[in-house]
Design a protein around this ligand. Structure first.
Ligand SMILES: Nc1nc2c(ncn2[C@@H]2O[C@@H]3COP(=O)(O)O[C@H]4[C@@H](O)[C@H](n5cnc6c(=O)[nH]c(N)nc65)O[C@@H]4COP(=O)(O)O[C@H]3[C@H]2O)c(=O)[nH]1
Length: 693
């Protein structure tokens, strides 16, 4: 026996190293594919990968053996050669199986390396045994051991790399990393092989002559070509698969994104990003199915939203809604739901406002948070809020009932003078029912002359003398009780009833003022509210003229009170109408000023005599700095436009002294008197004249 450490054919050694590196590269890539795929695909990748990798490693080994120049051609026994190929494929399958799932623990790595290393050794030494030598091969124990250690260590590094470079379907490690890893692995496999070759002690007599017709070179090149082709096809398929999976992953991601957006659109209000009605209803369903002991639903509606929208434009209206949503959100707990369910309507679902008292304190918070003026761009907008509350379970067992009842309670709050809240009461009717009844009864009231007027004195701030009165509509219905003008006027505007009602108010007020003059010999300045619908009606000026003529009232005794929204609806027509009225000698004032004071430049165009500061500002002007600032600004503005100022809703001496400081001209309010019937006004005036110096 002798060591057959014959010279190596350098070209074939290089070829074997190249094949080892390609096999390693393929192995790492396929390991990634196995990990990234699922189900049947994972098994297919495992089988295909094991073949490609096994053939690769085996060819490296085979070419490595051919690289040893042993004189004449060496013959290889077919069964053992095939067995070594099978060993290579099986150990590759095992290796791929080990890296396919989970995390790589130390035990797993050690076990995997042992299995794979043994497989590689088995392949190598079975392959060596296939060499047809004169006698059996033997091995130097030390080098043999080193070769086994190298095989196991190289396998450990290979497995570790396969895990480290674990690509997901969408992300692959950079190419250079994969190349370096492949070179490392290739070097490990080749190292094992050449150490194993070095360990071999060949028997005396050397090799049996090859019966194969192929030369060593031809055989090596053929094996290299075939195995490279197999590996390259596996790589190409793998690349294609990565491309497809990343495309699929991208598609899935964009589908998920589209789904989210769609959900957002379906469940969220676009303007405020708050939940919409649909989402609220779902949350209500969830809430109800959790069988809670109790909870509360708050229907929140802005009182003067339409006015702001008309006066200041939709963009301001939109911002008002956004700010309202934000304030409501800030006023409730994180677990509560604030949903926008209509133009200026919100619903708050308060999970555990168990007790009525808790619901009441939240309602107060909701009203007061929206009572503070809003700063929108350069405008200061003041609105108020009406809140209706329904409680589960007493006010409703299902979501529909709870919502309808909260809505009815909200309308009841509006009827009671706005800026407050009401709990649902079974006597309350829904908004629709109320509307229908109201319209029917209003028509009845017009036909049966059941409407009345009340007159509220206006007082000079300087002298304390009554300077005139404002006519206010009153209606006491047999069925409905007292109905406030705030409720009558919008309904009358919608139904067109405002024209007959408005004309009746004008005629009655003028007749009263003329009768007053005839009785007392003194003129009575009479202010009448005019709705936007009336002002924009073609015959309005003619109607006013006719009423003045018929009643005999001097135009100088009449003042018409208009809202800003009436003017901005059709500014050109309004200007024309106001100019004609002014030419008749009628005084004109802007009512509710400040609730959304708008286009000052526009206001300048109109022939106006007075501005009336809305009572919403007066109520807090003494205590709230922001409201006081608005009152101050309105007075300053009126002065700069050379207009008189009337403060509405003056209820106490503090408010009076504030407007006195600000040099307001007149005031109206409970401090002097409420609106009185025609008879009561006469008595009041006599009494008042006696009191004043
Ligand atoms: N809290 C409080 N309130 C006070 C005080 N002083 C007066 N008020 C109330 O404030 C309102 C003043 O009328 P407005 O601003 O023209 O506001 C009126 C006006 O815009 C409209 N309106 C009333 N009558 C008519 C009418 O005949 N035609 C039209 N188009 N609108 C009318 O309905 C609104 C509400 O009228 P009313 O309910 O009569 O309410 C009246 C009056 O009763 C006070 O010191 N404190």
């Amino acid at each position: 026996m002798h060591d057959h450490h014959g010279a190596y054919n350098l070209a074939l050694v290089m070829l074997s190293l190249g094949i080892a590196a390609i096999a390693s590269f393929t192995a790492l890539d396929l390991a990634g594919r196995v990990r990234a795929s699922q189900g049947v695909m994972r098994h297919l990748w495992l089988v295909g990968g094991a073949f490609a990798m096994g053939i690769g490693i085996w060819s490296m080994h085979f070419i490595g053996m051919l690289a040893m120049e042993m004189g004449e051609g060496v013959a290889y026994g077919i069964p053992l050669t095939v067995a070594s190929l099978v060993a290579a494929i099986l150990s590759s399958a095992l290796a791929l199986g080990i890296v396919q799932t989970g995390r790589l623990s130390f035990v797993r790595l050690a076990f995997g390396a042992l299995v794979m290393g043994s497989g590689v050794c088995l392949m190598h030494y079975v392959g060596m045994a296939a060499m047809q030598t004169q006698g059996p091969l033997s091995y130097q124990p030390s080098l043999f051991t080193v070769s086994v250690v190298i095989a196991i260590s190289a396998s450990a590094v290979a497995l570790w790399l396969a895990f480290k470079l674990n690509p997901t379907a969408t992300r692959r490690p950079p190419l250079w990393q994969r190349l370096v890893a492949a070179l490392f692995m290739g070097a490990g496999i080749s190292g094992m092989h050449y150490t194993g070759m070095a360990a071999a002690i060949y028997p005396e007599g050397g090799m049996l002559a090859s019966s194969s017709g192929l030369s060593t070179y031809e055989l090596a090149i053929t094996v290299a070509l075939v195995s490279t082709c197999i590996m390259l096809s596996a790589l190409l398929i793998s690349l294609f698969d990565v491309h497809m999976s990343s495309r699929n992953a991208q598609l899935a991601a964009s589908l998920q994104e589209a789904n989210l957006e769609l959900k957002q659109m379906v469940y969220r209000d676009a303007l405020t990003q708050l939940p919409n009605r649909l989402m609220l209803e779902e949350r209500l369903d969830q809430q109800l199915s959790a069988q809670p002991s109790s909870f509360a639903l708050f229907f929140v509606d802005l009182d003067r939203f339409k006015q702001v929208n008309d006066n200041l434009g939709h963009h301001v209206g939109d911002q008002l809604i956004q700010q309202t949503g934000a304030r409501l959100r800030a006023a409730v707990r994180d677990t509560d739901t604030v949903a926008r369910v209509g133009g200026d309507e919100f619903i708050v679902l308060a999970g555990d406002s168990a007790a009525r008292a808790e619901a009441e304190s939240l309602a107060k918070r909701l009203v007061s948070t929206l009572d503070k003026p809003f700063q929108i761009g350069t405008s200061v907008v003041k609105v108020s809020t009406s809140v209706g509350i329904s409680l589960y379970p007493e006010d409703g067992q299902d979501k529909h009932e709870l919502m309808v009842h909260a809505d009815a309670a909200m309308y009841a709050a509006k009827r009671l003078g706005r800026n407050n809240y009401q709990f649902f009461d079974p006597d309350m009717t829904s908004h629709e029912e109320r509307r229908v009844t109201l319209e029917r009864r209003l028509r009845h009231a017009i036909e049966h002359a059941a409407l009345r007027l009340a007159y509220q004195p206006k007082v000079s701030v300087e002298t304390g003398q009554v300077t005139g009165v404002e006519a206010l509509l009153r209606w006491e219905d047999d069925e409905l009780g007292a109905v406030r003008p705030d409720e009558i006027i919008p309904l009358a505007e919608e139904t067109g009833l405002i024209l007959p009602i408005g004309e009746w108010v004008l005629r009655t007020a003028c007749r009263y003022a003329q009768a007053w003059r005839e009785e007392t010999g003194q003129p009575l300045a009479m202010a009448v509210n005019i709705s936007a619908v009336q002002l924009n009606h073609r015959h309005f000026v003619a109607t006013v003229k006719e009423v003045l003529e018929t009643t005999g009232l001097a135009p100088a005794s009449l003042e018409l009170e208009l809202t800003e929204s009436a003017l901005v609806l059709n500014p050109d027509l309004a200007l024309e109408t106001l100019t004609e009225l002014r030419a008749l000698g009628i005084a004109l004032s802007i009512d509710d000023f400040g609730t959304g004071y708008s286009n000052l430049a526009q206001l300048r165009r109109f022939p106006i005599d007075r501005l009336k500061i809305d009572r919403a500002f007066m109520s807090h002007a003494v205590t709230d700095r922001q409201d006081a600032a608005i009152v101050r600004a309105v007075v300053a503005l009126a002065r700069s436009l050379d207009l008189q100022v009337v403060a509405e809703g003056v209820e106490n001496e503090d408010q009076l002294s504030l407007i006195r400081q600000l040099h307001s001209d007149e005031y109206q309010g409970y401090l002097c008197s409420q609106a009185l019937s025609g008879e009561a006004l006469k008595a009041f005036m006599q009494e008042y004249a006696k009191r004043s110096p």
